[in-house]
Design a protein around this ligand. Sequence first.
Ligand code: CDP
Ligand code: CDP
Length: 221
Amino acid sequence: MTMSADAHRVVAIDGPAASGKSSVARELSRRLGFIHVNSGAMYRALAWSVLRAGICPDDEAAVVAHLAEIDIACSELDGRALICVDGVDPGAGLITTEVNAGVSAVARIAKVREVLVAKQRDYLEIGNIVMEGRDIGSVVFPETPFKFYIDASVEVRAARRQREGIRDDLARRDAADSTRKASPLVVADDALVIDTSEMNLGEVVEAVVAGLNEMGLEVPH
Ligand code: CDP
Ligand code: CDP
């Protein structure tokens, strides 16, 4: 995949679970007028569908067969990416404890990544995007100059998720995401790393905005 000079722009925001990617991407996409795409929601949508079909997320062959049978439609509405599985928006089904526990197993399958990465790249046809995930700067859009890696200590991230009232074994998910063979969570060489352990959301947004300004992208208020 190459991005031609007249291609749309991509701001890539990667990082581990509950580091603040969605919150930052939401505010940034609003200010920039870019489409907000949460790539994690695509892996979650597949995990949701797999679990509903009674398939074990660790059963690679069954997950790949299921993926071939369903229609994962990715579209856009009012600046936000929308994902439907066979015409159904999973909604809050994407953030259940069961999906949290099963999503890394489906995301480690190379065929799954091939199919979902193609859908992620398709968003660039629609417009400028802020995309968050694990491998956006390293694999999905390596050519973009606008790359961030949002981090925080595992204790801080666990506390953030707990405040949301959601059960999520972050350490287990981090380990699975960082050690898998296919596109593991890594810091892209040219990403600006921001440790947000002691920053509130407004401070993180300002740090990303300052980074984008330095990289040549002006961000309106
Ligand atoms: O919001 P949170 O950081 O907790 O997770 P997410 O971004 O919704 O991603 C859920 C899971 O999808 C991750 O734990 C990864 O296993 C997988 N994922 C991935 O492999 N690659 C991406 N680009 C995004 C998510
Ligand atoms: O998308 P990701 O899982 O990386 O994180 P998020 O959903 O944006 O943030 C997880 C939780 O941490 C949310 O409740 C945010 O409001 C909170 N948060 C925070 O307290 N301080 C920050 N600097 C960033 C996020």
